[in-house]
Write a protein that binds this ligand. Sequence first.
Ligand code: SAH
Ligand code: SF4
Ligand code: F3S
Length: 495
Amino acid sequence: MTTTNKSKKDYSIYFQPPSYSDAKKRGKEDIEVHYDFNVPEDMKEIGKDKFYLIQTYGCQMNEHDTETIKGMLEQMGYRSTDDRKQADIILLNTCAVRENAEDKVFGELGHLKHLKLEKPSLILGVCGCMSQEEGVVNRIMKKHPFVDLIFGTHNIHRVPVLLKEAMFSREMVIEVWSKEGDIIENLPKKREGIKAWVNIMYGCDKFCTYCIVPYTRGKERSRRPQDVIAEVRELARQGFKEIMLLGQNVNAYGKDFEDIEYRFGDLMDDIRKIDIPRVRFTTSHPRDFDDHLIEVLAKKGNLVEHIHLPVQSGNNEILKRMSRKYTREHYLELVRKIKKAIPDVVLTSDIIVGFPGETDEQFEDTLSLVNEVGFDSAFTFIYSPREGTPAAAMPDDIPAEVKKQRLYRLNDALNAISKQRNELLKGQTLEVLVEGESKNNANVLAGRTRTNKLVHFEGPKELIGQFVQVRITETPTFYIKGDWVQEAVTQQLGS
Ligand code: SAH
Ligand code: SF4
Ligand code: F3S
């Protein structure tokens, strides 16, 4: 369903809005894997002496897509710039998960209009999850007609071709595939620093009732194990210190393989044997978290003792209406098993307050679960209705002020736990991967523990990119402070 469209009038013929019922009928269409991506010959030099700037919103999946788009642009000769005035291409890689994410993008488009007027040759593009929503495409066409290019999440490999069309067309070029595409394996990626993201799967089939992601990212499809493993090996060879495996629901990895029985636990067990110091993953859905995975994670080594395990709510009725497909009891039992197998595990979460119809008592259940589990931190959100999702049609009579108060109370509870948990670290010496200078003080270095806690300490800049030992001295809420222990032998592969 490739839909390139130069005529603004006809776009709706090609563009299909997200449909809950259609998406749920997803079949077992074969997903083909392609290994033959190439920038077309006539586009290889087109970016010579030209610059691009990409602004990315949303999750790590989107950040990683940006790295892929950058990779393609650089194969076309473009170079990166932070200066909007210098840029010949500006892309907004957008997120649709909550309304405020979308508002930011529309605000930004308002500002970019002036740039476009000053420099008509500028190519202004919108991509990412918002482009997969029909309402958004309509709104851009009506209110921001100066945009040159819109493409979605399933066709980023088409960037070279689409750019060419945008350059030579006087109309807005819109190519959004309403159905997910195949897996394209050999796309170039521009990675920076010491940490690398690696997709292990795309899409999501969970259909939590509040969530837009299954529509914007399409159905679940896993990369073949050998492709993931080859990529991780190559990153190890290139000297990356940490990798983050990405999927909307990594525990569903491999469910779509018909020819092999190979799941996320198996993948982690294989990646454990690769010589890369730290391996993380996100996001885990509690429902598919199986015992084999717990067993593998307990082997530690490069598999760090941090699990991001979004719970969303602590109340069974709300969980049911969210269609999370687990209960409070199931979640707590899973936490018990994980803590038994990995006693020093750090658990973090995502939590939504003010889901339609959430009562005070139901919210209290979330607070009590948070205290019972003892999350080290959590991302907390006020529910935001997303057009086309089932929850958007549920009656929502909770006043905005009540939702805000719930968010404050939840954050207070989380901060208190976080403080307590961090205090336990005082006096301990921890392995820290040094990432750079702290934002506010160039004499202070910042790094992360295996459990992903931010640590500040004083030390020479040569330590950036290395593992060091830091003795924890102070524990303010959002980071911890310590002293570099020079004499300690740096352990690179955990315990
Ligand atoms: N795949 C991940 C989450 C992706 S979205 C998972 O299932 O854990 C990241 C987080 O955004 C979600 O965990 C949820 O807490 C939040 N979120 C998603 N849709 C939302 C909405 N409509 N309103 C508020 N928060 C939302
Ligand atoms: Fe959204 Fe649920 Fe899928 Fe996560 S698991 S992306 S919250 S539908
Ligand atoms: Fe946002 Fe899309 Fe990620 S909606 S959270 S950028 S998958």
